[in-house]
Write a protein that binds this ligand. Structure first.
Ligand code: NZQ
Ligand code: ZN
Length: 379
C-alpha cells in the first residue's frame, strides 16, 4: 500500500429537506451572496425558489450569475469573478450539477486571489486562499460536491482540462435526492456511467490497495444494481438516494486511498471529445472506456480479469470488456462514436486533437501510436 494523506473538509448534508438549513449555513459566512446556476433547470423544477426563500430568510443580498453551460467555459468564470469582485461578495452559493459547481470553485479562487482563472487551471499560479463555496447539487454524477477538482474548457487554447486544489473543496454541500427527480433520463444515465468511470480510474491507478479495490467493486455494484431501476422510476427516493451517494463516494477519496495515483487517461480522452463536439461528459466515457480497455487488454490483462471476476463472475478480459459495454448500452448510453452521430470523416480531426493535446493517463502512458489506436477503437 502507498502512503497517503486523507483530507476532506467538506461538510456534506444528505437527505430529504436538508436545504432547509441553507440560510443558517450561509449566514455563518456573510450576507453578500454570489448565486451561480446554469441554463434554467433550477427555475423549472422549483429548486431556485427554495434557495431564494432560504437566502431571503437571512436577508441576504443576492447577486446572480447564471447561464453556465454544460461543459463549462472559462469565460463564464472570468465574468462571474468580475461580478463577485465588484460586489465584494462574502460567499458563493452554487446550484446545479458539475458544470455549475466546478465553475463556482474556480470563480471563488479567481475572486480571492485576483488572478486569471486559467493560470490556476494550468498550474502556473498557486492560489493562496479562496472564497467560501456552498454547493447545492442537482445532478448525481461528478463527485465535485465533495472533492477539490474542477474541469473547464477554453476555446482559445482548444482544451478541456481538470485542475485539483485542496482549496476547492466546497465548505458545505447539500444533497437532497429529491432535487434529482427532474434530471432527464439521458443525464441520469450519463451520471451512472461517470461514477463507474471514476471508480475504474481509481482501480487502474498505481499501487496495491486491496481495501480501495473492494470499495470500487462495491460502488460499481451499487450503480449496476440500482442504476437501471432509477431510470425506470426517476421519482423513487430510495433509488435516487443510492445513486447520489454512490456518485459522491466514487470521487471523494474513498476509492483511492492507498494508491499513488488514479489513472485518468479515459477522462482525458473524454474531455477532448467534449471539447470538439460538446458531448456530455458521461457519454464520452461510455465510448472511451471500452476502447481504452481494449487498448490495454494485454498490458493489464490480470487486473481486467480481476475486475471482471468481481463484477460479472467471468475469468476472461474480453468478456469483462464486452459485459461492461453491454451494461452501458443497456442504459441507452453511446458506446461508439457513430452512436453520437460522429462519422468516420471526423477521424482525422479527432486524432489531431488527441495528438495536439497529448492525451495521457497518469500511470498507463500513451504513445502517439496509442493515441491513434484509441481513436480507431472508438469507431
Ligand atoms: O444548465 P441547467 O439548465 O441547470 O441544466 C443542466 C444541464 O443541461 C441539467 N440539470 C442539472 N440538474 C438538473 C438538470 N436538469 C433537470 N433537473 C435537474 N435537477 O443537466 C445538464 C448537465 O448538467 P452538468 O452540470 O453539465 O452535468 P454534470 O453534473 O454531469 O457535470 C459535468 C461536468 O463536470 C465535469 C465534466 O467534465 C463536465 O464538465 N466533471 C467534474 C469533475 C469534478 N469536479 O470532480 C469530475 C468529473 O469527472 C467531470 O470531469
Ligand atoms: Zn468524470
Amino acid at each position: 500500500m502507498e502512503n497517503f494523506t486523507a483530507y476532506n473538509p467538506t461538510k456534506l448534508h444528505f437527505g430529504k429537506g436538508v436545504t432547509e438549513q441553507l440560510g443558517e449555513t450561509v449566514k455563518e459566512y456573510g450576507k453578500k451572496v454570489l448565486l451561480m446556476y446554469g441554463k434554467g433547470s433550477v427555475q423549472k423544477n422549483g429548486i431556485y425558489e427554495k434557495v431564494i426563500q432560504q437566502l431571503n430568510s437571512i436577508n441576504a443580498e443576492i447577486i446572480e450569475y447564471s447561464g453556465i453551460k454544460s461543459n463549462p467555459l472559462v469565460n463564464d468564470v472570468i465574468d462571474a469573478a468580475q461580478i463577485g469582485k465588484l460586489n465584494q461578495i462574502d460567499v458563493i452559493v452554487a446550484v446545479g450539477g458539475g458544470s455549475v459547481i466546478d465553475s463556482a470553485k474556480v470563480t471563488a479562487l479567481a475572486i480571492a486571489n485576483n488572478t486569471d482563472p486559467w493560470a490556476f487551471m494550468k498550474y502556473k499560479v498557486k492560489p493562496q486562499t479562496t472564497k467560501p463555496l456552498i454547493a447545492i447539487l442537482t445532478l448525481a454524477a461528478t463527485g465535485t460536491e465533495m472533492n477539490g477538482a474542477a474541469v473547464l474548457q477554453n476555446h482559445k487554447t482548444k482544451e478541456k482540462i481538470g485542475y485539483v486544489s485542496s482549496l476547492m473543496y466546497p465548505a458545505h454541500s447539500f444533497l437532497d435526492p429529491e432535487f434529482t427527480y427532474s434530471v432527464p433520463k439521458n443525464y441520469t444515465a450519463y451520471g451512472i456511467v461517470d461514477l463507474i468511470a471514476h471508480s475504474l480510474e481509481a482501480y487502474f491507478g498505481e499501487g496495491d490497495a486491496s481495501l480501495s479495490d473492494r470499495f470500487v467493486e462495491a460502488v460499481i455494484k451499487e450503480a449496476m444494481e440500482y442504476g437501471p431501476l432509477v431510470l425506470k422510476e426517476p421519482t423513487n427516493y430510495e433509488l435516487r438516494a443510492k445513486i447520489m451517494w454512490a456518485a459522491t463516494v466514487a470521487l471523494n477519496g474513498q476509492t483511492s486511498h492507498g494508491r499513488k495515483y488514479g489513472d485518468w487517461g479515459v477522462h482525458d480522452i473524454g474531455h477532448n471529445l467534449s471539447y470538439l463536439y460538446d458531448t456530455p461528459h458521461g457519454a464520452t466515457l461510455s465510448i472511451a472506456y471500452p476502447a481504452w480497455l481494449r487498448l490495454q487488454k494485454n498490458r493489464i490483462h490480470d487486473r481486467i480479469v480481476k475486475l471482471g471476476n468481481q463484477l460479472f463472475g467471468t475469468n476472461s478480459a474480453d468478456e469483462t470488456i464486452a459485459l461492461l459495454e453491454k451494461f452501458f448500452k443497456s442504459l441507452d448510453c453511446p458506446v461508439r462514436l457513430a452512436d453520437i452521430n460522429i462519422g468516420i470523416e471526423k477521424k482525422e480531426e479527432i486524432t489531431k486533437q488527441m495528438l495536439n493535446n497529448q492525451i495521457d493517463g497518469m500511470v498507463h502512458k500513451f504513445t502517439d501510436d496509442d493515441r491513434k489506436q484509441i481513436v480507431e477503437l472508438m469507431f
